[in-house]
Design a protein around this ligand. Structure first.
Ligand SMILES: Cc1cc2nc3c(=O)[nH]c(=O)nc-3n(C[C@H](O)[C@H](O)[C@H](O)COP(=O)(O)OP(=O)(O)OC[C@H]3O[C@@H](n4cnc5c(N)ncnc54)[C@H](O)[C@@H]3O)c2cc1C
Length: 296
């Protein structure tokens, strides 16, 4: 199946979740070599349904994202979801990236607004570009031929001052514009995800809400990530993380246990898909998949 919406449509309720792995384009040639020679072959053994490739801040990895997405499909036969943002791009520039993606056989796009350059401050649309991701969703829908994903925030988007419910009504608008599925930002408290999912259901959302799960690999690293994206670290988790300061190996082991428990509960709750933020690393995602009986 070439479209992610078809993979979800074919999944029987109550069966195993659809599994995807997220990768980012490495900065160096050496990093790209490791990605293709070691990381991807090792993770492919786990049989994910598809992978995704991020689009660098400020649209900085356009060529790399396209190239990696194409190689994932052509060389490894792994269906790929390409992330695409509106940052630093006019509508015509986005049209040309999308045409390029299509010509390379990429039919699945995660339509994002992107963050302001530097990751903080107020987002300013490029003249002749899009201000919000629902415009990109509509644009892709009009072009046709894509399965379109959109981002969801179980705690509300960091920049939405009006509260999480307002953010979620905007997410509903993105779906109404043509998004086929939602991939969430990382979260550590399943209660947030389940409340978000149920709230969306009450709004009439029926598309799959895919849980984004980040295996914790280091105490300092995860706190930096969460500060940037606004995800909360529950007090009990923070207390455990503080025990691993300076011990990334111990922390990663704990992270595997934590994510395993988190995913077990999500699966019991009938989550249709789990999207692992692999951070281009094999051991944690592989261990969690093994613990869940989802590997292979
Ligand atoms: C799964 C996932 C993958 C990601 N991948 C990438 C990536 O590859 N590259 C990257 O740069 N970033 C990525 N991001 C980060 C993302 O680009 C940022 O979180 C960004 O700030 C929001 O993107 P969005 O598509 O949700 O934006 P939008 O849906 O446009 O929302 C952005 C903000 O605007 C508000 N808003 C929306 N519509 C309206 C409206 N009509 N009026 C007023 N306010 C409105 C929303 O409430 C929100 O606060 C990813 C995020 C997720 C969850």
């Amino acid at each position: 199946m070439k479209l992610i919406r078809d993979i979800h449509a074919a999944r029987q309720p109550g069966s195993k979740p659809v599994i995807s792995f997220e990768f980012f384009p490495p900065k160096t040639e050496e990093g790209e070599k490791t990605l293709f020679e070691k990381t991807v072959p090792a993770l492919l053994k786990l049989n994910p349904h598809y992978c995704s490739v991020t689009y660098g801040a400020g649209g900085s990895t356009r060529e790399k994202t396209l190239g990696i997405a194409q190689r994932m499909q052509d060389e490894f036969g792994l269906l790929t979801l390409m992330h695409l943002t509106c940052v630093n791009a006019t509508k015509e520039e986005i049209r040309s990236v999308v045409a390029d993606a299509k010509s390379r056989g990429i039919d699945n796009i995660l339509a994002l607004r992107g963050d302001p350059p530097g990751g903080t401050g107020e987002f300013k649309a490029t003249e002749g570009g899009f201000e919000y991701s629902h415009q990109l969703v509509s644009f892709l829908k009009e072009l046709g031929g894509f399965s379109i994903g959109t981002a969801g925030f179980p705690e509300g988007h960091i920049a939405c001052k009006e509260g999480r419910e307002v953010d979620w009504s905007r997410l509903k608008a993105k779906i109404d514009c043509g998004a086929d599925f939602v991939v969430t930002q990382l979260f550590f408290d399943n209660t947030d995800f389940l409340y978000f999912r149920d709230y969306l259901a009450k709004l009439g959302v029926t598309v799959p809400i895919i849980a984004g799960v980040l295996p914790i690999m280091g105490a300092g690293q995860i706190q930096r990530f969460c500060q940037l994206c606004g995800a909360k670290i529950p007090a009990s988790l923070l207390a455990r993380l503080n025990e691993f300061s300076g011990d990334d190996e111990g922390c990663a082991k704990f992270g595997v246990e934590f994510a395993t428990r988190q995913c077990e509960e999500l699966i019991r709750e009938g989550v249709p898909g789990i999207h692992f933020y692999t951070l281009n690393k094999v051991p944690s995602t592989a261990a969690i998949m093994g613990n869940l009986g989802l590997a292979g």
